[in-house]
Design a protein around this ligand. Structure first.
Ligand code: GZL
Ligand code: ZN
Length: 312
């Protein structure tokens, strides 16, 4: 009894019982699921108590979650903000409550004094890498491109579009002829690709698909096959995230390139919080994670094996 009580209090003492609120967008993609898995396992390892909230893609649910974390007096808040605008009020409330906020994988338009730091990739650069890969791959051939955008108003959708256009700039033979949101999901990615195929002569006029994430690309690959076309050859497929299933598609010759986004955003976030709690160290406002291009030449089958089971 006493020993057990001592053990429990020792554990609590070790983690000094930090409570962290995590407002997650939802589970719209395999990547998002992996981020959630990794955040929970790292919180466990570091002895935090994680209050997890799934917003089902709704900003109002995230704002409500943050207000409840503030009322609980948590020691820190993690949030992956579904869209870039509308956060000033609730971030101001967290600041007044002296609760540090860390952004994960998406950015906000608010003044960066309203959060401790933001952990994420260079979203513009990812789009640029995808565009440059396509430009290099098609050479001087005319190439009509269709684009599946991420969630409307989210920083990845805005920045990945901008970056891709920078990547193909100066190559007038490459043209984006259709562009619409697939909301980062497989199902909507498939549905919107079906409409692109219809609008583009049964898909025969489409040279390439650029999808802002792999999940929409995987859905679109299904639509391309159902239209009797070969994804990866009739229609080139380039996307972003590096989830296992895009490597599986690549190994089957049905996808061509992906720009990897690490799902481990929590590691740098927790490190920054620990330094801040220890002695008030203020981190840089943006902690950038690495983006790496993978193509069919990069052992996709091996990449698939290495990633499956990591919570995607
Ligand atoms: C990008 C992240 C995006 C992923 C998608 O940093 O916010 O959200 O690329 C996810 O898979 O839906
Ligand atoms: Zn760049």
């Amino acid at each position: 009894t006493t020993a057990a009580a001592l053990a429990i209090s020792a554990t609590a003492a070790f983690a000094d019982g930090k409570v962290i609120g995590f407002s997650q967008i939802g589970s719209e993609s395999g990547w998002r699921a992996a981020e959630t898995t990794l955040t929970k396992s790292q919180a466990e390892e570091r002895g935090y108590q994680l209050q997890f909230s799934d917003a089902q893609q709704k900003q109002e649910n995230q704002i409500a979650a943050l207000r409840s974390f503030i009322a609980q007096g948590v020691d820190a808040i993690l949030i992956a903000p579904v869209v870039a605008t509308g956060w000033d009020g609730v971030l101001q409330e967290a600041k007044e409550a002296e609760i540090p906020v860390v952004l994960l994988d998406r950015m906000v338009d608010s003044d960066n004094g309203l959060y401790l730091t933001a952990v994420g990739s260079n979203l513009v650069h990812e789009g640029e890498v995808a565009g440059k890969w396509l430009a290099d791959t098609v050479g001087d051939k005319d190439c009509r491109i269709v684009e599946l955008q991420g969630t409307t108003g989210s920083s990845p959708a805005i920045d990945r579009k901008k970056g891709f256009e920078q990547g193909i700039a100066g190559h007038d033979n490459l043209k984006i002829v259709q562009s619409q949101t697939g909301d980062f999901t497989r199902s909507l990615g498939k549905e919107v690709m079906e409409s692109f195929i219809q609008a583009e002569n049964g898909g025969k006029d489409i040279c390439a698909l650029y999808a802002h994430n792999d999940d929409m690309a995987v859905g679109a690959i299904q639509a391309i096959k159902e239209a009797g076309l070969k994804p990866g050859t009739d229609i080139l497929v380039v996307s972003i995230d590096g989830v296992p299933d895009i490597f599986k598609a690549m190994a089957d010759g049905e996808a061509n390139a992906t720009v990897e986004l690490t799902p481990n955003m929590a590691g740098p976030a927790f490190d920054a919080l620990e330094a801040y709690w220890k002695d008030g160290t203020e981190p840089a406002k943006f902690l950038q994670t690495e983006s790496k291009l993978f193509t069919q030449a990069d052992d996709p089958a091996g990449q698939y094996e290495a990633r499956k089971g990591l919570g995607y």
